[in-house]
Design a protein. Structure first.
Lengths: 233, 569
């Protein structure tokens, strides 16, 4: 796994690099840069799986970069002095927010989430960043009906009928999506707030009927979980 | 706003003067007669007064200018038409002669006014104005009033004797003269109230320009009607007439000096010293050399009003304040040549009361405005003080520094210890600076260098701050250089600042200071548009409202900031 650290303060950068290397051991390699230009350059040239990002770099707002990176395939952990922006960062789909100054243990927790994304689910994101040629568009998750696996990417279907392609895999997205999104099929995540009923047919075939009449298949292994989630909503 | 205010001031003046003129007009049935004949009197060796006017007197037509010089006993005679039948009863006589006198009505003595004497020792001064109830008229159709008088206590050389009598119904003779003074009393009371209001408004507040001159004018405005009313309302022995006229002249002189002086001070009009001296000399010359007291008063009044109008026309700004005053002053200046002595006898102090009342009320309003402005300034300073503290402990810088400190504790404990000390010193300096509206430049430089020391310790590099130019006596709003240093560190970065030290150049031109700070330019796009710049501009505006300027921007490889202050020292 390869992780990029973006931090403009020399001592803080040194601390992050030193601690992350010690905590991750052989599970990850770390690079560190001091500004947004160098970060953008690195992200274009190399493939990274995760990002440790300061929100205020040289007086510039790191949220611009944040919006771009959360739309990418890698996950992001924010390390910042701006504690008041933690909620906003989670809404944009970051995996964790580490307030400065931080202890070795707190950084270790965040790093664990980054290194083992599959183990964690139910984030607090409200938006999903989608890369377009013109820039990054923000999609409100409340408007999303379902998300389907599309190779290494994910197809996101909105209630107005539009579809967008997201760079993260279905498994990777699960870590940041809110609890409303439930795995109903090997290839589908569905937004329970848009589900009208669960239908069963002969041959143990199941599907969900959404509010707009569309249908989403339900895998046999997920039926009980879906039924349970629907019962609790 | 100035038009309604001007009209209001003029209307108040016109109403007061019209009411005065209405009440001062002679009541019906009252007739005035100047002295008609005069003759020297000869008293016996024992000084005994005659019991009736002698028949052998050498009468000559009365001449007031000659009469005013007579001191020894003399006779005055009036031949008056006898009244018609319907108003024959309840008649009274008012005699106005500056002398001790013994009146004879148709040859019969009336009550004496003082005691006529051959010299000052024998004479007992009489009142200037006396009233006597008249006996029945002569059946011949002509009444004769003869007055034996002496004026040994007339110390002042006056232009005319002003000897006259008024005859009419007793009620009119006794009450006449009180009505107009009710108007004067009302105006004086209003002026007194305005003075008290002004004093109350002034209490505990910083003085505004001309406050003392205005109060002195108020005192003149209050004293003038009192001295004027002394004769008609209270009366006095004739030797006091000269001092009273002198008092009035001095009050006119004071008003003639104070009114233009106040306006010059109030509206900040630049008047050369020679012009002031020339005005003062002219005023004194008029007071000394114009022939009569009335003439002197009128000349002084006219000169002061014309000068005041000139001052108001030369002043700039505040039209709401200037135009009503100018309207009143011009109205007064026009009234002097047209109304002359009548204006001086009454409307003048009404005019002065209205003008003074207006000036005092406007001055008090100005004080309230100033008070409001000062309260806003205090509020702004408190806000800036809080902002300075908040900037000093802003989370991003403080949390980053603490995180760096965590690392230093593990990497280099000695440096960590120095960083803690510097941080404590920084907070102490910020706390101290935030309590004051301005600080000496040395304190501000120490705050900047302390901040750079903290950043340098984290970076393990020295960040320089060089100062060039004489700076003795320079005071600045706290944090204005510190904010620029923070901006440079944030936008250009600590490394760039270490490679490109801060260079401050200080220049002085008179009371104006110029401070040019050059620092690393950096590449951040939003530099110069954030809270730091807003803090600098707000601080300069609050501390140096008379004049400040701040500009900044890239200049080659530098970030250039120029600050100008006129109130720094």
């Amino acid at each position: 796994m390869r992780i990029l650290i973006v931090e403009d303060e020399l001592l803080v950068r040194q601390r992050l690099l030193r601690m992350c290397t010690e905590l991750a051991g052989s599970r990850a390699r770390f690079d560190a840069v001091a500004d947004l230009d160098a970060a953008g350059d690195r992200l274009q040239r190399s493939v990274y799986d995760g990002l440790l990002l300061d929100l205020n770099l040289g007086g510039e707002d790191g949220f611009d970069l944040l919006k771009r990176v959360v739309a990418g395939r890698y996950h992001c952990v924010v390390v910042s002095a701006h504690r008041e922006r933690a909620l906003q960062a989670f809404e944009h789909g970051v995996l964790d927010f580490v307030p400065k100054p931080f202890s070795r243990e707190r950084l270790g927790q965040a790093l664990e989430r980054l290194l083992d994304v599959g183990r964690y689910r139910s984030g607090a994101a409200r938006y999903l960043g989608i890369w377009h040629a013109q820039g990054t568009a923000m999609v409100e998750l409340a408007d999303v009906l379902w998300i389907r696996a599309d190779g290494d990417y994910s197809e996101v279907r909105m209630h107005d009928g539009r579809s967008e392609l997201h760079d993260k895999s279905l498994a990777s997205l699960t870590a940041v999506l809110p609890p409303d999104f439930v795995r109903c099929h090997r290839s589908y995540l569905v937004n329970l707030t848009h589900v009208r009923t669960l239908h069963a047919a002969s041959g143990s075939r199941y599907w969900l009927v959404l509010n707009d009449g569309a249908e989403v298949p339900v895998g046999r292994v997920f039926v009980e979980e879906v039924r349970g989630e629907l019962g609790s909503t | 706003m100035q038009i309604p205010r001007t009209l209001t001031a003029l209307a108040v003046l016109l109403i007061a003067v019209a009411a005065w003129l209405l009440l001062v007009a002679p009541p019906p049935g009252v007739r005035y007669y100047e002295a008609q004949e005069m003759a020297p009197a000869t008293l016996g060796a024992d000084g005994a007064l005659p019991t009736a006017p002698p028949a052998t007197l050498q009468w000559q037509p009365a001449n007031q200018r000659e009469l005013v010089q007579w001191r020894d006993p003399y006779w005055l005679r009036w031949r008056l038409p006898a009244p018609t039948a319907h108003d024959v009863a309840d008649r009274a006589l008012r005699i106005s002669v500056r002398a001790a006198s013994q009146p004879f009505w148709n040859g019969k003595p009336l009550a004496a006014n003082g005691a006529v004497g051959r010299n000052a020792d024998e004479e007992w001064p009489g009142q200037v104005d006396i009233i006597r109830v008249l006996p029945p008229s002569s059946p011949s159709g002509t009444d004769t009033l003869v007055l034996l008088a002496s004026s040994h206590h007339q110390w002042f050389k006056l232009r005319g004797a002003d000897a006259f009598v008024a005859i009419g119904p007793a009620a009119s003779i006794y009450s006449h003269g009180i009505g107009p003074w009710l108007i004067a009393a009302l105006a004086t009371g209003a002026l007194g109230a305005a003075c008290l209001y002004f004093l109350a408004a002034q209490r505990g507040r910083p003085r505004v320009p001309g406050a003392r001159l205005l109060l002195a004018l108020g005192v003149v405005g209050l004293a003038l009607p009192m001295v004027e009313a002394w004769r008609p309302l209270v009366g006095y022995a004739y030797p006091w007439h000269g001092p009273r006229l002198l008092m009035l002249l001095l009050l006119h002189l004071a008003a003639a000096i104070l009114l233009p002086a106040y306006l010059v001070r109030r509206f900040g009009v630049a008047v050369p010293r020679t012009a002031r001296m020339a005005y003062l000399a002219t005023v004194l010359a008029l007071a000394a050399f114009v022939p009569s007291f009335d003439g002197r008063g009128a000349a002084l009044l006219l000169l002061s009003l014309l000068t005041s109008a000139y001052v108001l026309l030369r002043a700039r700004g505040e039209p709401d304040e200037r135009w009503p005053i100018l309207a009143l002053v011009v109205a007064g200046a026009l009234a002097v040549p047209f109304a002359g002595g009548i204006f001086l006898d009454g409307p003048y102090f009404l005019f002065l009361a209205v003008l003074m009342g207006f000036l005092l009320i406007r001055h008090a309003a100005q004080l309230r405005t100033l008070d409001h402005h000062n309260a806003q300034l205090r509020e702004e300073r408190a806000r800036l003080s809080l902002q300075l503290l908040q900037r000093g402990i802003q989370p991003h810088w403080l949390m980053n520094t603490l995180t760096g400190l965590q690392e230093l504790i593990e990497q280099a404990p000695m440096r960590a210890s120095r960083l803690v000390e510097s941080l404590a010193e920084q907070f102490d300096r910020l706390r101290e600076s935030s309590t004051r509206p301005s600080v000496p430049i040395e304190e501000e430089l120490a705050l900047c260098r302390n901040h750079l020391d903290i950043v340098g310790l984290a970076l393990d590099r020295h960040i320089g701050f060089e100062v060039e130019g004489e700076r003795t006596g320079l005071w600045l709003p706290p944090g204005v250089l510190h904010a620029q240093v923070e901006n440079a560190l944030t936008h250009a970065g600590a490394v760039a600042c270490a490679e490109h030290p801060f260079r401050l150049r200080i220049q002085r031109a008179g009371d104006r200071w110029m401070l040019e700070l050059r620092s690393a330019r950096g590449s951040a796009r939003h530099r110069g548009q954030g809270t730091g710049t807003r803090y600098i501009e707000a601080s300069l505006a609050a501390t140096c409202p008379e004049g400040w300027h701040f500009e900044q921007g890239p200049d080659g490889n530098d970030w250039y900031a120029r600050m100008e202050l006129t109130c720094a020292s």
